[in-house]
Design a protein around this ligand. Structure first.
Ligand code: ASP
Length: 585
């Protein structure tokens, strides 16, 4: 019940129990229907729709006025709740209507540029330009309310287990690691710039040092990256950090949070989350975020296929295959489609070898010239392929081949309907490598970020065999989407300094960029670790939608623009001057 001076009820509240009551409703005109002697208006607010009725004989003046209203006008209607003649079973208020006695136009509306319906006639661009109208539509509203519910449940749960929400600054300092920063010029310090945080990482670590023990924040983060459907320049993290914890503690704590969210917003009890090492994820799925709703694991076939004259396989570092169940009857055209798929520039493979396990027990392959039935049987055995199945094989450099077969695996998952909506497979991927070698710049980068600690038993390898060093770093993956990631951190100044050195920073550079942290660690830093989840992506995954944009009230488009407010935009000469910025054309 939502009673104010202006309205007594919402547009979703009234039912047969209210018949005869005097009420006042406020809302937007969804539709007007003139039917013989009656005019009906569907009045809509956030909560629902109620029918207003005007009788042309008994209320001729009101009726004439009502006929003049247009879609999306804002009305205040007073009247009596009455039983409806033709009931609408699809809405909670469908048994009643309001016989209007007084109507007040609160606001008129121009004809909206698209229909405010579940299925709108407006295209993407138009709806983004008029996002405030798009937000009136049910599917969009549903997403906003869903997001609110998740955020609310998170705050509730975190508060109950002793986490405090602390805000960290948005105007911080640009740092060389990670993605590109958004920068903000400082007027009072001409020629100097703030950067918007890519995450509150160092601040949350400092809060641990300050003794806050358990911190979280639902916080905007900013990354100047190329956009994709699951990326936005500003997005929201559920950012968390804890002191005096091991990896096990962190995983257990946040497994609790994730279970709570699923239970509250989806009414799903999820079982304990499985764990897989990074090495296994790469070996079995070719990805550090495998979609485990379906199996189709990689099988290594070097030992079965490198003994004949097929030079492509013989020269390859890795030969791997997957089994597409019951696809052994694929036609030439279907097989060609898969070959074309892997040859697309986005996948970038040279080709694909197939083996059809035919119902008569014979094998037919694209490499029959090189391999006889016995060879192919051995391949099928190793892959556990049965009659009626299709084996798809790729080869080449290990990493590249795994990633290419991973793309094919996901494509098959899509084609075969194995990524079922409404089914959720969660996975902790653990034991990430600490570092990643970049061929182009010929240096190591932190796989997670430079504050992640090496596993204690690997510390000694940091300078001698950096590639071998693993970290207590972990990602949460849901249905093939990376939903969160975190690690146990370095909490010792010397070790942090060493890490910067491995990443190619001189002592001076490290001091200049991260001196505050190196210094802070000298004043009693507790062991700590944490994690951050992507709220936008979590909402999307839980709703079986691909785009995080659907869960952001005012998102940017693919060109990083907000077309509604027309931003980014130029600023005046005067502002530029004030900021000490000169633009050269
Ligand atoms: N700050 C990290 C990130 O944004 C998450 C973490 O390590 O807690 O990915």
């Amino acid at each position: 019940m939502l009673m104010t001076e202006m309205r007594t009820h919402t547009c979703n509240e009234l039912n047969a129990g209210y018949i005869g009551k005097e009420v006042i409703l406020c809302g937007w005109v969804q539709a007007i229907r003139n039917l013989g002697g009656m005019t009906f208006i569907d009045l809509r607010d956030r909560y629902g729709i109620t029918q207003l009725a005007f009788n042309s004989e008994t209320q001729s003046e009101l009726c004439e006025t009502a006929k003049e209203f247009g879609r999306e006008w804002v009305l205040q209607a007073a009247g009596t709740v009455a039983e409806r003649y033709s009931k609408n079973k699809n809405i909670p208020t469908g048994d009643v209507e309001i016989i209007v006695s007084k109507i007040h136009v609160l606001s008129q509306s121009e004809i909206p540029p698209f229909t405010i319906e579940d299925e709108s006639d407006g295209g993407d661009e138009l709806r983004m330009k008029y996002r405030y109208l798009d937000l009136r539509r049910n599917p969009v509203k549903k997403n906003m309310l869903f997001r609110h519910q998740i955020a609310f449940e998170i705050r509730n749960y975190m508060n109950n287990i002793g986490f405090v929400e602390i805000e960290t600054p948005f105007l911080i300092k640009s740092t060389p690691e990670g993605a590109r920063d958004f920068v903000v010029p400082s007027r009072v310090n001409p020629g100097e710039f703030y950067a918007l945080p890519q995450s509150p990482q160092t601040f949350k670590q400092l809060l641990m040092l300050s003794g806050y023990d358990r911190y979280f924040q639902i916080v905007k983060c900013f990354r100047d990256e190329d956009l994709r459907t699951d990326r936005q320049p500003e997005f929201t993290q559920i950012d968390c950090e804890m002191s005096f914890v091991t990896q096990e503690d962190v995983l257990n704590t946040f497994e609790g949070l994730v279970k709570h969210i699923f239970q509250k917003v989806k009414n799903i009890e999820i079982p304990d989350i499985e764990r897989m090492t990074y090495a296994d994820a790469m070996k079995l799925y070719g990805s550090d975020k495998p979609d485990t709703r379906f199996d189709m694991r990689f099988v290594e076939l070097n030992d079965r296929l490198q003994h004949k004259d097929f030079s492509v396989f013989n020269q390859a570092e890795l030969v791997i295959g997957i089994v597409a169940k019951d696809c052994g009857n694929y036609s030439r055209k279907q097989l060609d489609e898969l070959v074309d798929f892997v040859k697309r520039p986005q996948v970038g493979a040279g080709g694909l070898v197939y083996v059809l396990c035919q119902p008569d027990g014979n094998y037919k392959s694209s490499v029959d010239k090189f391999y006889d039935q016995n060879d192919l049987r051995k391949v099928a055995e190793k892959c556990h392929a049965e009659e009626g199945d299709l084996i798809l094989i790729m080869s080449g450099k290990t990493e590249k081949t795994r990633s290419q077969l991973s793309s094919l695996r996901l494509e098959l998952g899509r084609r075969l309907g194995l990524q079922k909506s409404g089914e959720y497979k969660l996975l902790w991927v653990v034991d990430f490598p600490l570092l990643e070698w970049d061929e182009e710049t010929e240096r190591f980068y932190a796989k997670h970020h430079p504050f992640t600690a090496p596993k204690p038993e690997h510390e000694a390898l940091l300078l001698t065999a950096p590639r071998e060093v693993n970290a207590n770093a972990y990602d949460l993956v849901i249905n093939g989407s990376e939903i969160g990631g975190g690690s146990i951190r370095i909490h010792n100044s010397a070790m942090q300094q060493k890490m910067f050195n491995v990443l190619g920073f001189s002592d001076e550079e490290a001091q200049k960029q991260f001196g505050f942290l190196l210094n802070a660690f000298k004043y009693g830093a507790p062991p700590h670790g944490g994690i951050a989840f992507g709220l936008d992506r979590l909402c999307a995954v839980l709703s079986d939608l691909d785009s995080i944009r659907d869960f952001i009230a005012f998102p940017k488009n693919n060109a990083a623009r907000d077309t509604m407010i027309d931003s980014p935009a130029t600023i005046s000469e005067e502002q530029l001057k004030e900021l000490g910025i000169e633009i050269k054309n």
